[in-house]
Ligand binder design. Structure first.
Ligand code: NDP
Length: 283
């Protein structure tokens, strides 16, 4: 469309950050400083990059951040013990475990160790259950919440819209779909076994890509004037960061589109910070 608009993450993140600074100042008057502990296993570059972003964001708000890094080859029992200690530490309000964990650590064995009230990225089954029930007292995962915040900030209505989500992971695709459904969108969820994906995505008023395949979504997947939200973070053949959407190919056909980088990913850490502040309030 001619009134094409690039949906940048920064103004969304800035607004949330400003609101949080005010809230943290109020908490500090009551001698409460919210604290996040980031739990990392190994030194994967993805994890390091996310950690840097989270620390920068939290510190700009006045949230204290602690990093507990474990060796790549730590055994599962030792890791579980370490995580239990962090969970029991009363000074820790929020816990973020960087995922995916190495293969020898079973996520299913660790997810429910985290106290649901400290579980700022929704690992715990209780928080996933609350998400499903539309119970706002829990924590929804950060990236799906970032998508909802972008839609809200740019005043994009979702009620009664046809929204197609590509991807059904427990961290991204499924929770985004539930959050949208809870806001009265008509949601279609696609995945690797979906037949004739293009014919489904072309019906979408809002298309959300959470696939993990560099530039897979080109303009033949979208309808004229669709709103395109790209959750993917990939590296293209030239070694540059890119989304699941071929931005250059889609940008003229879409009414609105998020870029990668500078889109959804730049909002995620502000949601994390918001959850840590909320965790400090409920504890
Ligand atoms: P997963 O690999 O866990 O899930 C990918 C999903 O895409 C699966 O449901 C899979 O289907 C589906 N899929 C794969 N190939 C196709 C295809 N050809 N056609 C249709 N569906 C397909 O990835 P995540 O959900 O963890 O992450 C998705 C993307 O989001 C990644 O690029 C990741 O880097 C990014 N991400 C971004 C974050 C941010 O802050 N912006 C945070 C977290 C992730 P099936 O279930 O059948 O296998």
């Amino acid at each position: 469309g001619s009134s094409m608009k690039i949906l940048l993450g920064k103004p969304v993140a800035d607004k949330i950050t400003q609101e949080l600074i005010t809230e943290v100042n109020k908490l500090k008057e009551k001698c409460v400083t919210p604290k996040l502990t980031i739990v990392r296993v190994g030194n994967k570059e993805d994890d390091m990059a996310y950690q840097r972003g989270a620390i920068k964001r939290c510190e700009s708000i006045g949230i204290q951040v602690d990093v507990k890094a474990f060796d790549d080859d730590i055994d599962e029992i030792e890791f579980i013990d370490g995580l239990k200690n962090i969970n029991e530490d009363k000074s820790v309000n929020g816990i973020l475990v960087l995922r995916p964990l190495p293969k020898h650590i079973d996520e299913d064995k660790i997810k429910n160790i985290i106290n649901p009230n400290k579980d700022v990225d929704c690992l715990n089954t209780i928080n996933l259950g609350k998400l499903l029930e539309g119970d706002k007292s829990g924590f929804a995962p950060c990236t799906p919440t970032a998508v909802m915040e972008i839609l809200k900030y740019y005043e994009i209505p979702v009620e009664s819209k046809n929204v197609v989500v590509i991807g059904r992971s427990t961290v991204v695709g499924k929770p985004i779909s539930i959050l949208l459904l809870n806001k009265n969108a008509t949601v279609t969820i696609c995945h690797s076994k979906t037949e004739d994906l293009e014919s489904i995505t072309r019906e979408a008023d809002i298309l959300i890509a959470a696939v993990g395949k560099a530039k897979m979504i080109n303009k033949s997947f979208i309808k004229e004037d669709a709103i395109v939200i790209d959750v993917g973070i990939n590296v293209d053949e030239d070694g540059n960061l890119c989304g699941d959407v071929d931005f250059e190919d889609c940008k003229d056909k879409a009414a609105m589109i998020t870029p990668v980088p500078r889109g959804v990913g730049s909002v995620t850490t502000s949601i994390l910070a918001k959850h840590v502040v909320n965790a400090a309030k409920i504890q």
